[in-house]
Design a protein around this ligand. Structure first.
Ligand code: PLP
Length: 450
């Protein structure tokens, strides 16, 4: 039966973000069947720690019956109804109110989508629309950061700062430019890179700046404490809207309800998805400030020609409400903060024992361990050695699922376990990390002078 599934997979299933060649040669490596808490089980009965919360999204962990019950109840009552035009329904209204109550500052009105990419495309269109209805149609360009990831729809793939995503089908849209990321730069250098772009392009042509509070897919790149305060200032000085992509960092991931809360910064728009339902249903959205909402109310004439069939899907909305209730009732934001400290401490212990471990970092339960040829000089491994994929495979053999990032010559192992993880489970996870990395270090046969 397993063999049949592998053959059917190869024949009929085009996987998202994956190598089709590899699939055709080897088939899927894991066929996951069950989840419980921080664990996933495959069809062979092997259990894994889901150290990535799957795709950074299963914040409350797997197997939550409350969420299944909420979905079932709603589906039996009213499976679907539109929210277009003059239609509305209670689940979407209550969820919009709940998210407004949690979002930073004066972000109080929500547009719903089905996921992160649609949310960012929506934010870009709203930003351009906001300027257009105020007579500033030239303000269209979106600035984003290199190594940023914003999704794969036309706008979000253009904003993504990882060139492989644009190369796949050529550029999807014009009007997107990329500034240097803050990674391994001072705040001043990083901000100056954006300032220079603004000056070159002219602020009168720029609609918005978008960034993730912590760059996730770029390798869990945590900015300096004053970075986003400076971003806020730069945007204000140049009349540029600041969009925070909180698709990963939202709903407790970084030890605060939203990532920007770590630095007390309020954006003009905030995009979310993933953790809003912990992946139990597809849902995303954009929260906008009172100011933007007021401009839309006063100046947007006729129909706002933007809406998805599943904008505010009732089942997704009730699941999101129940999921947020769990996050609050179980203190998972606080647990993420505390366990993030435990994780960081454990990473440092591994670093003290293994020479190839470079920088380690966490913000709440977003964490990364960098592997380097020489930790003193930060010299990287040659990409031919494929250090990251080998470590990820070794971890999988040891029963840990996590993600590796090796853009631009970096070897970064990323961690984003469910927010319910406890101290004991973190120690088990990091013991396995130690085992995998020490195995690779021995294999590479690296000897250092003390
Ligand atoms: C920061 C960020 N933004 C946007 C997206 C796109 O979300 P989706 O895959 O739900 O379209 C992702 C997905 O990983 C993400 O990490």
């Amino acid at each position: 039966m397993l063999k049949d599934l592998i053959e059917l997979d190869k024949k009929h299933f085009i996987h998202p973000t994956s190598s089709i060649q590899q699939q055709q040669e080897a088939g899927p490596r894991l066929i996951i069947e069950e989840g419980d808490g921080i664990y996933l089980k495959d069809r062979n009965g092997k259990t894994f720690i889901d150290a990535m919360s799957s795709l950074w999204n299963v914040n409350v962990g797997h197997g939550r019956k409350e969420l299944a019950d909420a979905a079932s109840e709603q589906m039996q009552k009213m499976a679907y109804s539109s929210a277009f035009s003059t239609f509305s329904h209670e689940p979407a209204i209550l969820l919009a109110e709940k998210i407004a109550s949690l979002a930073p500052g004066d972000l109080n009105a929500v547009f719903f989508t089905s996921g992160g990419s649609e949310s960012n495309d929506t934010a870009f269109k709203l930003a351009r629309h906001y300027w257009k209805i105020q007579g500033q149609s030239k303000k269209r360009t979106i600035i984003s950061l290199k190594r940023g990831y914003h999704g794969v729809a036309a706008g979000s793939t253009s904003a993504t700062g990882i060139p492989e995503f644009w190369d796949m089908a050529g550029h999807m849209m014009t009007g997107f430019i990329h500034a240097k990321t803050h990674y391994q730069q001072s705040t001043e250098e990083a901000i100056n890179s954006i300032r220079t772009l603004i000056e070159e392009q002219g602020a009168e042509t720029i609609a918005a700046f978008i960034a993730e509070p912590v760059q996730g897919s770029g390798g869990v790149l945590i900015p300096t404490a004053d970075y986003f305060k400076e971003i806020r200032k730069l945007c204000d000085e140049n009349d540029i809207l600041f969009i925070a992509d909180e698709v990963i960092t939202g709903f407790g991931r970084t030890g605060k309800m939203f990532g920007l809360d770590n630095w007390d910064v309020t954006p003009d728009m905030l995009t979310f998805a993933k953790g809003v339902t912990s992946g139990y249903m597809p849902l995303g959205g954009v929260v906008v400030s009172d100011h933007i909402h007021n401009v839309l109310k006063e100046k947007s004439e006729g129909t706002l020609f933007h809406g998805f069939t599943y904008s505010g899907h009732p089942t997704a909305a009730v699941v999101a409400l129940k999921n947020i209730e769990i996050i609050e009732a179980e203190g998972l934001v606080e647990n993420a903060r505390k366990m993030g400290q435990v994780l960081l401490h454990a990473f440092h212990e591994v670093k003290s024992k293994l020479k190839i471990v470079g920088e380690v970092r966490t913000l709440g339960l977003l964490g990364a361990v960098e592997l380097v040829q020489n930790p003193l000089t930060n010299e990287r491994f040659s990409p031919d050695l494929k250090v990251t994929p080998i470590v990820i495979d070794a971890l999988q053999d040891l029963g840990v699922i996590c993600r590796g990032v090796n853009y631009d010559g970096t070897d970064i192992i990323c961690f984003a376990p469910p927010l319910i993880i406890n101290e004991q489970q973190i120690h088990t996870l990091v013991e396995k990390l130690y085992e995998a990395v020490s195995f690779i270090q021995d294999q590479l046969n690296i000897h250092y002078k003390n």
